[in-house]
Design a protein. Sequence first.
Length: 379
Amino acid sequence: MDPRSAARVVALLSLTGLPLAAQPAGSLGVGASIIQYDGFLTSGAAVVVPAVRFDTPRFSIAGQGSWTVFESGNDVLQGNVAGGWLVGSRDWWRVELSGSAGAAKYANEPSSGHALGGARFHLIGKEAGGWFGVNTGTRFGSATGAPLEISAAGWRVRRRVALVGSVTATRLGADRYLDVGGAVRWTGSSVEVEARLGARPWTRSRGEVGDALAGGYGDLTARFGLTDRLSLSVGGGSYPSDPARRVLAAKYLNIGLRVVTLGSGSSATPLVSPGIARRVASSLEAAGPRLEVVGEGAQSRLRILAPQARTVDLMGDFTDWSVVPLVRVGPGVWEAAMSLPVGLHRLNVRVDGGAWVAPAGTRVERNEFGGSVGILVVR
């Protein structure tokens, strides 16, 4: 459970397990953290984070609340909502409108909040792309002023790895600052590892920001799928202040559990915008299911990558052409343990009860019945 989740709504969705039709999703997270905010002593804290979202091919909206209780007895209540809407689209570009709003209340201090809106222009390839965006709005309560953010980013997706790099320039009243950052995420069958690095190499302050905000930051998080609906998260590092949204910089260590209460159990870690991520997931899936072999001999596991599948079946000469249902072991990942003797093997797979096909990752040959079959070589 990342303490940042107490102040950031999941408005950007992951590249794994993305729905192509309308779908609601909900989760509840509970965690324990050791946190040191800038200007404060280190403190232990317990965090409860409910979240909900709704996605369609062109529109996504997400809401998140949090209740953080520090060992001093003081607590923080926060809530955020954000949405994105694709208003124009072509094969290689998209226009996206987005907005977010949030509010926070710490102990007996006055409450504060923000409302931001903006637009992004996306360039999209099958496995890479980027965007340019502008975001502005207002703050209210104990903080006022209209922030302006200008950002540019690039991303690349290659099978199990997603990379994102970004540059954001922010103006807030008399203050100016620049953030440069990157993230990489690797998704395994039941483990997801994400690392983020960033720096604020330049600030110019005449108000609330301060030169102390300059410097580097980074964190590392590992998520372990315990079941389809329960996952364990362990992480630590640091993150920067976000004056536009009234978030203090901090260093932290944490551990938490997340249970899916509604919809899919797929990751909700933000990397790429909602509709764009769905576009990428669709294009990657268009090539059909992909086969990977993990291990050797009696320890072999046949793994099929099929992001949108509800069921996956396999049959081959090593199953005497009997149908073997695969087990979902992670978002879009299906497996079966098999003993594969050395030599050439023929196999096919089907997704959601559809046609039998030769999976990507095998050599495709025509069979005697006029169809196709995948050839797998085991050495």
